[in-house]
Design a protein around this ligand. Structure first.
Ligand code: ADP
Length: 581
């Protein structure tokens, strides 16, 4: 049962001094706590035997006062030190968790649902924090403090009386164990119901437009209602057990009191203990409630902490599937990027998504990739971005070095990626633009806005570049978002720019303008463009036509036009439809 402390031992070892001081302070506080009842008993006896002089009373009161002040200081100290440690642990695990999340590839996010990950980063972390703070407190109080009180009762009052009054104790231990197990079971269920709810809420919020468009609000609400009810019920189950716990302990404590008072009075009558000692004894019995309760709480906190810690460690045990090599090779500039007979399939899938792709890209070239949706264009780029493990067959090389022998940071630092699904943060346009690069002058930003045909759009925003977009600000249109996303990549001025169908929501004319800007600005640097409109890749040095993951045509615009294949057919259709768009 103490395994949760073992699992957290790395933290306790690291913070050993803090915990040593906190536990020492707790023990001193316990000693200070057991003194007053003794003093009260002594004073009563002195009154009874008429020995109490005014000087003696002053002495007792002064000592009592000192105990109160000392107790105050020491209580502040252990509270601050112990719970400070718990907060520190929460921060540490949270940082580790975030770092882990950032290292993970899309495969991980496919396996784990966002709501569940969030529940682990919030609820579970709180439960772990409780273990490191409240858990230690209850551990000390239910062992050392309890033994101290019992020791004082046995050695300074009467061992027979103590033994009799504590008969209910073993019964309590058995019950606590039983309750602990039941609570653990119910708590785990409640936690996973909460994860479920979290997921649902996230999906509903993300998909709110679709929900409205399909008039599914009522159904969604009903589903949400059911889930909330489920979480509610499961938490009520936990609360029920919790609620049963305390009164059970109270009954057993009451039993102890009855024995203590009855048998104690008998012992006073037989002159085996004094009246003062009987009073002290009963105060001690009362003081035992907390440590016994703490023992129960300890089981509780540890069960919860353990369940939560396991859930969090499960995340840590999922290693990133794309890792840096132990000794990364250095490549200064990507002069040649080569796909050598590359075939790839996604993990957990048997179908080859791209097959036997051969492509040689020299620095400064523009490559156009076209083909139907689902043909494998994005997958080709993802290989370069190293979002997935190296392809099973074939190899991607940069300057002749296999890409998996280069560090992830180096490869990714060359690339500016504009994905199909633009992602903007709910910050100002300026912050979104500067996201990937350091500070830039207004002049540079202006130029990039021009290249991305954004200047007019930005002028029309209420606060220009400083307008907040997204959640709490102005919402941009799909095409505008795509262009902001493009401008962000351009501002980085990357060695390799990848536009993955990045202009799909932009009209033909604007696209043509952007492409002509790109032609000028990307001179000498590598640009990869996947597009639906063939006009966007017409100027490329090489064009690849993908069909079901296979390159079916490969060449320049002129060469492909001569071939009379898919490219020419599409080109003619688009020419007719768009009137040269
Ligand atoms: P394109 O960019 O040309 O539209 P993609 O490269 O996105 O095509 O997709 C190619 C194929 O790979 C599609 O059939 C798609 O269903 C499949 N695919 C994409 N992502 C995954 C994934 N994470 N797991 C399994 N299959 C995937």
């Amino acid at each position: 049962m103490l395994s949760v402390f073992k699992k957290l031992s790395w933290f306790f070892k690291e913070q050993w001094l803090r915990y040593l001081l906190a536990v020492t302070a707790l023990i001193i506080a316990s000693i200070i706590d057991v003194l007053p009842p003794k003093i009260v008993g002594m004073t009563i006896d002195e009154i009874q035997y008429q020995q109490l002089t005014p000087e003696r009373l002053t002495e007792i009161l002064l000592f009592y006062g000192m105990l109160i002040i000392g107790g105050y200081a020491i209580m502040f100290y252990w509270d601050y030190t112990l719970f400070g440690g718990a907060i520190l642990l929460e921060k540490k695990i949270r940082t580790k968790l975030m770092r882990h999340f950032l290292k993970m590839t899309p495969a991980f996010y496919g396996r784990n649902r966002t709501g569940d990950l969030m529940a682990r980063a919030t609820n579970d972390l709180k439960a772990i924090m409780m273990t490191a703070g409240f858990g230690i407190l209850t551990l000390v109080d239910s062992t050392i403090f309890m033994m101290l009180i019992i020791g004082v009762m046995v050695f300074t009052i009467n061992w027979k009386l103590t033994l009799a009054a504590l008969i209910p104790l073993p019964i309590m231990a058995v019950l606590m164990n039983k309750y602990g197990k039941a609570i653990h079971k119910r708590f785990t269920k409640a936690q996973s119901a909460f994860s479920d709810l979290n997921n649902d809420v996230l999906e509903s919020i993300k998909g709110v437009r679709v929900i409205r468009a399909f008039v599914q609000e009522k159904q969604d609400q009903r589903r949400f209602g059911e889930k909330t009810e489920d979480v509610f019920q499961k938490n009520v189950d936990v609360a029920k057990m919790d609620a049963l716990f305390e009164p059970t302990i109270k009954i057993l404590v009451g039993l102890a009191y009855t024995i203590g008072l009855g048998y104690g009075s008998y012992l006073v009558a037989r002159n085996e203990i004094t009246l003062g000692e009987l009073v002290s004894f009963n105060v001690y019995l009362g003081m035992l409630i907390w440590p016994m309760f703490a023992a129960g709480e300890l089981i509780n906190v540890m069960q919860r902490g353990n369940a939560s810690l396991d859930r969090v460690y499960k995340i840590f045990s999922q290693k990133p599937d794309v890792k840096d090599p132990d000794l990364p090779k250095e490549v200064k500039l990507p002069e040649v990027i080569e796909y050598k007979n590359v075939s790839f399939r996604y993990p957990e899938s048997d179908n080859w998504v791209i097959q036997h792709v051969n492509l040689n890209i020299h620095r400064g070239e523009t490559i156009g990739i076209v083909g139907k949706t689902g043909a494998g264009k994005t997958t080709l780029f993802r290989q370069l971005l190293r979002e997935y493990p190296a392809p099973e067959k074939g190899e991607i090389q940069i300057n002749g070095v296999p890409i998996q022998e280069l560090s992830l940071d180096q490869t990714r630092s060359w690339i500016g990626y504009v994905p199909q699904e633009h992602i903007l943060f709910s910050k100002t346009v300026r912050e979104n633009l500067l996201f990937g690069c350091g500070p830039k002058s207004d002049e540079e930003i202006k130029q990039v806005l021009d290249s991305a045909s954004l200047t007019k759009d930005i002028e029309n925003l209420p606060e220009g570049l400083d307008t907040v977009v997204g959640e709490s600000g102005v919402t941009l249109s799909g095409g505008q978002k795509q262009r902001v996303s493009l401008a962000r990549a351009l501002l980085m001025d990357p060695e390799i720019l990848i536009l993955d169908d990045a202009l799909s929501a932009v009209d033909g004319k604007t696209e043509a303008k952007i492409i002509s800007h790109l032609k000028q600005e990307r001179k000498g640097k590598t640009t990869l463009i996947a597009a639906h409109r063939l006009s966007a890749v017409e100027h490329a040095d090489q064009i690849l036509v993908f069909e079901n993951g296979i390159v079916v045509e490969h060449g320049t615009h002129e060469e492909l036009m001569k071939k009379n294949g898919w490219y020419k057919t599409q080109y003619d259709i688009q020419k007719m439809e768009g009137g040269g768009e």
